[in-house]
Design a protein around this ligand. Structure first.
Ligand SMILES: C[S@@+](CC[C@H](N)C(=O)[O-])C[C@H]1O[C@@H](n2cnc3c(N)ncnc32)[C@H](O)[C@@H]1O
Length: 218
């Protein structure tokens, strides 16, 4: 893996796995997601940048066949053992989103809070690949952070020409983060029909449901 990606993987491992991960998030009410996928006749789901794996586990518990990728080896080990303990159908492997192989097809893809943790061009490449593996008419759920708040602004960081921030020191040391404007998110979703675009009032976090257009509609 490229050294910049390894650096990011190490950051997330420090953040997530310094202490045993809390699995309770998977026990929350996921019906908003599960029901929507069921209505679509979804069977296979790809979880991009799955982190501690709550989304993957919640979906696998509901009977979906989940494939999950992350840059972190520790994340993969954790999710594999969690899936084994619960006898869930989850295939987890290390793979940067921007290097996702495009030889598989999924009914749905989720990418929550991951494409905003890389450079803009890398996120664009990741989205091209996500689009390539999603079946025509399939649903993508994309989650992107809201704009920087005063705490983010105050945290030591440098800003790259594409608008990506890298934090230095403390608990965010080396984390890449980029604020995507609503317009940029819409551009990123070229080739999709945006069905829902919601902004959480408390922090501006965006949740977007987008459907992959059929080839003739591109
Ligand atoms: C903020 S967490 C989100 C985790 C999960 N999606 C969730 O919503 O709980 C970001 C995750 O993306 C992973 N990640 C960061 N850069 C990545 C990349 N280029 N490709 C794949 N995963 C990446 C990190 O290792 C981390 O697990």
């Amino acid at each position: 893996m490229r050294s910049e990606l390894r650096e990011q993987a190490q950051f997330w491992e420090r953040r997530f796995f310094a202490t045993p991960p809390d699995r309770s998030l998977a026990d929350r009410d996921w019906s908003w997601l599960v029901e929507r996928f069921r209505r679509e006749g979804t069977r296979t789901v790809l979880d991009v940048g799955f982190g501690r794996g709550h989304w993957s586990v919640a979906l696998a518990r509901a009977g979906f066949q989940v494939t999950a990728i992350d840059i972190s080896e520790l994340a993969v080990q954790h999710l594999r053992s969690w899936a084994e303990e619960e006898k869930l159908q989850i295939e987890a492997f290390v793979c940067p989103a921007q290097e996702l192989p495009t030889n598989r097809v999924f009914d749905a893809v989720i990418a929550n809070s991951v494409l905003d943790h890389m450079f803009k061009e890398e996120a664009e490449e990741a989205m091209r690949r996500i689009r390539a593996v999603l079946r025509p008419g399939g649903l993508l759920l994309l989650g992107m952070d809201g704009p920087p708040d005063p705490e983010d602004e105050a945290y030591p960081h440098q800003v790259f020409p594409d608008g990506t921030w890298q934090f230095w020191g403390g608990r965010r040391d080396r984390m890449l983060w980029r604020f995507w404007t609503d317009e940029e998110i819409r551009e990123l979703l070229a080739g999709f029909l945006i069905e829902e675009f919601t902004v959480r009032p408390k922090d501006g976090r965006r949740r977007v449901w987008a459907r992959k257009l059929y080839a003739q509609e591109n």
